[in-house]
Design a protein around this ligand. Structure first.
Ligand code: NCD
Ligand code: ZN
Ligand code: ZN
Length: 441
């Protein structure tokens, strides 16, 4: 039976521009944009309260932990977190247990996502069998499956053998898919837990040098050039990576890159507390890297924001720093961090937010139903943001099954008030009379 996904969204400002308008949606598609519209037949009404209407966000880098670590996140809980964060599509990384290195698993993850129905969960396929870096996985089978896998990555690990990476890029070109590289030369990061700089030296933490990332970025740019393939750099974290991306673009190399919210807001001064919540790969770098990443995102040298949402259980984070698992939650806080680091300082306007959180990621990976203009005839994958409200992050209150947010107790600007996937409301905050953010319905 077809579901009627019809709704009248009242009082929203597309891209934060102009006076509020209404947006009518019938069967998941935008049918009219104008002032004082009448609700389509059978449509629900959603009060946008003058908020900013943006295309739903697309995350190229999410860890949902299912199968294998359902105690820390599931497709269900991660989808809920994504919808509350304004996302309508996420790419679920392959470092699950078992690894998503075959079509049975990638199709299973896709189906679970469709069953939950809150966000399109696109499985990422592993590049190598078991993330072992030795034998290429059956990328073609995964691409041809129900999930139509478009993105491949051994994330968590780097495809460090240049011969394997070269071959993987050649295959990816033939298949029309994209490889996302976790750039980390493992020989340079043995035992490393923190950015290799003065802070780690002072605190006695083993350092992860910038060169471990940058040497792989430049190597993969050259391999992509020679293969005539595209390559995507996951979680870019250094000023040097930004310079290498500029160089590669100048050479006409088809390289794209993402940056995480945490690398835009935090730096290694956070490590003073020895709190394991701040351990992440790549590590939090220095202030100068952070500022270079912000400028690169504003200028389009870095294409997009990706969360690297990495849930971990309390016992895996609340322990000695060097024993803590690397990774931080990101889905529910992402847009607020972008408002704080990019919008408020004047580096991006709301069109720019739509570009880096929705349009570019959708284009990079070739999703044709996401990151679309807000216009008649387009799918109603949308999110509404109230830029004038703020909220205080509490890990325990997040939809995620884990609570490892580095933003605990921070008051952040920008509140997602509703998200719609093909016209269905997937997250909604109740109205609040004060400037409180309101509760999730
Ligand atoms: C990720 C994880 O926990 O799976 N951790 C992290 O620190 N970012 C893996 C990864 O993205 O490399
Ligand atoms: Zn990674
Ligand atoms: Zn990751």
């Amino acid at each position: 039976m077809p579901v009627t996904r019809s709704v009248l969204i009242r009082h929203v400002r597309p891209y934060g521009e102009g006076d509020p308008v209404d947006v009518a949606v019938v069967d998941g598609e935008i049918t009219e944009i104008g002032v004082d519209l009448t609700a389509p037949e059978g449509a629900a009404t959603l009060d946008g309260r003058g908020g900013i209407l943006l295309p739903g966000f697309v995350d190229l880098h999410t860890h949902l932990r299912e199968p294998g670590r359902e105690d820390t996140e599931t497709v269900d809980s991660g989808s809920r977190a994504a919808a509350r964060g304004g996302y309508t599509a996420v790419f679920a990384m392959a470092n699950t247990a078992p690894v998503a290195d075959n079509a049975a698993i990638t199709d299973h993850v896709w189906r679970m996502g469709q069953e939950v129905g809150l966000v399109d969960v696109h499985p990422v396929g592993a590049v190598t069998v078991g993330l072992e870096g030795e034998q290429l996985a059956e990328m073609g089978m995964m691409a041809a499956g129900v999930a139509q896998v478009k993105l491949f990555s051994d994330d968590g690990k780097c495809v460090h053998d240049p011969v394997i990476m070269k071959r993987a890029l050649e295959y990816s070109k033939g298949l029309g898919v994209l490889i996302s590289q976790h750039s980390e030369d493992p020989r340079l990061t043995v035992g490393a837990v923190a950015h290799d700089g003065p802070t780690a030296a002072r605190l006695g933490l083993a350092g992860w040098p910038r060169a471990a990332e940058e040497s792989i970025v430049v190597r993969d740019a050259l391999l992509a050039r020679d293969a005539g393939a595209r390559v995507h750099i996951a979680h870019a974290s250094t000023a040097g990576t930004v310079e290498l991306l500029k160089w590669a673009h100048g050479q006409g190399i088809a390289i794209t890159a993402e940056v995480t919210p945490h690398h835009l807001l935090l730096d290694d001064s956070r490590l003073e507390s020895y709190d394991g919540v701040n351990r992440v790969n790549p590590p939090l770098r220095e202030e100068s890297d952070k500022l270079a990443l912000r400028a690169a995102l504003a200028e389009g040298v870095i294409d997009c924001v990706a969360t690297d949402h990495a849930p971990h259980a309390a016992q895996e984070k609340c322990c000695e720093f060097s024993q803590a698992r690397p990774g931080m939650l990101g889905l529910e806080t992402a847009v607020s961090i972008i408002v704080e680091t990019m919008v408020e300082p004047g580096l991006l306007d709301w069109r720019g937010v739509a570009r880096v959180m929705s349009e570019r990621p959708a284009q990079i990976v070739g999703l044709d139903d996401q990151g679309r203009p807000i216009a008649v005839g387009e799918p109603a994958n949308l999110t509404i943001i109230d830029p004038d409200r703020s909220w205080t992050v509490r890990g325990d209150h997040l939809a995620s099954r884990s609570a490892n947010t580095p933003f605990e107790e921070m008051t952040l600007p920008g509140v997602v008030t509703a998200t719609l996937l093909r016209g269905t409301v997937t997250a909604e905050r109740t109205a609040s009379s004060s400037d409180e953010p309101g509760e999730w319905a």
